[in-house]
Ligand binder design. Structure first.
Ligand code: PLP
Length: 453
C-alpha cells in the first residue's frame, strides 16, 4: 500500500526538547548589554522573562525535559502528521519523493503554539499576571492568546497597524481567546508616541511593536514579555517538529536529501532542521542539504549584514549578533507578514555563518503560484509564509526531474492560510506585485548599526 500519512501515537511524542547549542563546533556569540557592551547577565533579562526561560536561553545541555503540563497540552494536536505528497509528485511528474510535516493542525493554525504553551507555563509558574507581545500577521498573537486562555494569563498584543486593519479576523480570533489587541504604533507607550510624532501615518513594523511590548513589560513587575521567534528558547521549543519527523521517517524507510523551511525569525526552520543538523554535527549523518527560504522583499539572510544589532526600533532590547537589515528597516508591504522582520535568530545566523545552510530569497508571485499548485494537488492551502518553503520544494523536485534523480525532499508546512484569504484574493485578481527591497533604504538602515566588531 502506498502510504500518504505517517502518524505517531501520543506516547511517541518527544519528552525532551533538543538544544543544538550542545553540539555546535563554536558557541554562538554572546548577547550584549547595549549600554556597557558587556555580555548580558541573568539579572539584565529578569524584567522581561522568567528565570526558567532565561536558563533555557543559555543552556548547553543537549536535552531539556518538556514539563508534564506542557506535554499534556501538546497532545491535543501532537504528534502532527507527516505526509507524503504523492499527488503533488504526480502533478510535477517528478522522480523525487516529497514529504511535508504539517503544523497547521494546532488550534491556532501554525507551529507557534509549540512555544506559546511552554512560555505561558513558565510565566504562570513564576507568578506573572500579564504578558505583552507583538504580532505581525497575527499568527504569534493568536498562539499566545490561546496559551493565555489555557493558563489564565492576561495577554496584550501590539499588532502591526497595517495588519490590524488588513486582518480583522485575526484580531477577532485573539479577542475571542480574551486578549487585548492594540494597533502599533500606539499612544500607549513612549516608543509608540515617538514614532507617531515623527511619522503620524506610520503603518508600523515588528521592530516598533516589539519596542512597545518590551516597554510595557519593563514598567510593571507583574508583567513580562514573550517573543514568538528569534530567541534560543523559542527555537528550542520548536524542535519537537524535527524530532517527530525523524521518528516518522523511520516508518517510511527514507532519509531526506534536502530539508526546507521558510524563515522569518528562524523558528519553524530550526524546528524541523535542528534535530537533523544535530545528527550531522555529531557525525551520525552527512549528506543532507538544508535550505532556508526568505522573501526577496525582506532578504535578511541573503542581503543583510552579520553584525550586532537591536531587536527593536526603539532600541530597548539587548544587542544580538545576527543577520540584520538594520533595526530601522521597514520592509515594503507584501503578503507574508510573518516574514517581515529585520533580524534573524542568532543561532540560525551563526549556523549560516558556519556554512551549514543554503539561503534563498523568493518573490511573492512565484510563492503564491507554488502555493496554489500545492493546494490543488494536496488540498491544504498554505499560509503565505509557508509558500516560500513550498516554492523551494517544488523547484527542487523539478530539478530532480531535469537531472533524472530520485532524491527525498522534506519541508515544513508551518501553517494553513485560512486567515489569509484576502492575500489569495488579491493574488488571483492580479493585484499583487513583486517588490524587492530598496537598496538605498537598506543602506540607510544598515548605516545606523550600533557597534561594529
Ligand atoms: C510566524 C510564522 C513564520 C515566521 O516565523 P519563523 O520564526 O521564521 O518560523 C512563518 N510561517 C508561519 C505560518 C508563521 O506563523
Amino acid at each position: 500500500m502506498d502510504s500518504i500519512k505517517y502518524t505517531l501515537s501520543e506516547n511517541q511524542m518527544p519528552r525532551f526538547w533538543y538544544n543544538i547549542q550542545a553540539d555546535l563546533p563554536e558557541p554562538v556569540p554572546s548577547v550584549l548589554h547595549p549600554g556597557t557592551l558587556e555580555p548580558i547577565t541573568v539579572a539584565d533579562l529578569e524584567p522581561l522573562f522568567p528565570t526558567q526561560l532565561i536558563s533555557q536561553e543559555v543552556s548547553q545541555e543537549r536535552w531539556i525535559e518538556i514539563p508534564d503540563e506542557v506535554q499534556s497540552i501538546y497532545r491535543q494536536w501532537r504528534p502532527t502528521p507527516l505526509y507524503r505528497a504523492r499527488r503533488l509528485e504526480k502533478a510535477l511528474d517528478t522522480p523525487a519523493k516529497i514529504y511535508y510535516k504539517y503544523e497547521g493542525v494546532s488550534p491556532a493554525g501554525s507551529h507557534k503554539p509549540n512555544t506559546a504553551i511552554p512560555q505561558a507555563y513558565y510565566n504562570k509558574l513564576a507568578g506573572v499576571k500579564r504578558l505583552t507581545t507583538e504580532t505581525g500577521a497575527g499568527q504569534w498573537g493568536s498562539s499566545l492568546s490561546l496559551a493565555g486562555a489555557f493558563f489564565g494569563l492576561e495577554i496584550v498584543v501590539f499588532m502591526v497597524k497595517v495588519s490590524y486593519h488588513q486582518k480583522p479576523y485575526r484580531r477577532a480570533f485573539m479577542e475571542a481567546y480574551g486578549a487585548r489587541v492594540v494597533a502599533s504604533p500606539s499612544n500607549e507607550t513612549e516608543a509608540g508616541r515617538s514614532i507617531l510624532k515623527k511619522y503620524p501615518d506610520s503603518t508600523g513594523s515588528l521592530g516598533i511593536a516589539i519596542g512597545e511590548a518590551v516597554e510595557v513589560a519593563i514598567a510593571d513587575d507583574q508583567t513580562k514579555y514573550a517573543l514568538g521567534s528569534v530567541l534560543n528558547h523559542v527555537l528550542l521549543h520548536q524542535t519537537v517538529i524535527g524530532q517527530e519527523t525523524l521518528a516518522q521517517l523511520e516508518l517510511t524507510g527514507d532519509y531526506p536529501d534536502i530539508i526546507i523551511g521558510c524563515t522569518g525569525g528562524g523558528s519553524n526552520f530550526a524546528g524541523i532542521a535542528f534535530p537533523f543538523l544535530g545528527a550531522k554535527l555529531r557525525g551520525e549523518q552527512n549528506n543532507v542539504k538544508f535550505v532556508a527560504v526568505e522573501p526577496a522583499a525582506c532578504p535578511t539572510l541573503t542581503k543583510g549584514k552579520y553584525a550586532y544589532d537591536f531587536g527593536d526600533t526603539a532600541h530597548l532590547t539587548p544587542l544580538v549578533k545576527m543577520h540584520t537589515l538594520g533595526s530601522s528597516f521597514v520592509p515594503q508591504g507584501f503578503h507574508a507578514g510573518g516574514l517581515r522582520y529585520h533580524g534573524m535568530a542568532p543561532l540560525l545566523s551563526h549556523i549560516v555563518e558556519l556554512g551549514m545552510i543554503e539561503c534563498r530569497a523568493e518573490t511573492q508571485l512565484g510563492c503564491f503560484a507554488a502555493g496554489l499548485t500545492f493546494a490543488r494537488a494536496e488540498g491544504i492551502l498554505p499560509a503565505p509564509e509557508a509558500n516560500h518553503a513550498v516554492k523551494a520544494a517544488i523547484d527542487e523536485a523539478l530539478r530532480c526531474k531535469e537531472e533524472g534523480v530520485s532524491q527525498t525532499i522534506l519541508f515544513n508546512l508551518c501553517g494553513h492560510g485560512h486567515f489569509d484569504m484576502q492575500a489569495y484574493m488579491d493574488y488571483q485578481a492580479g493585484l499583487l506585485r513583486d517588490t524587492e527591497y530598496s537598496a538605498e533604504e537598506l543602506e540607510m538602515a544598515l548605516s545606523g548599526l550600533p557597534v561594529s566588531r
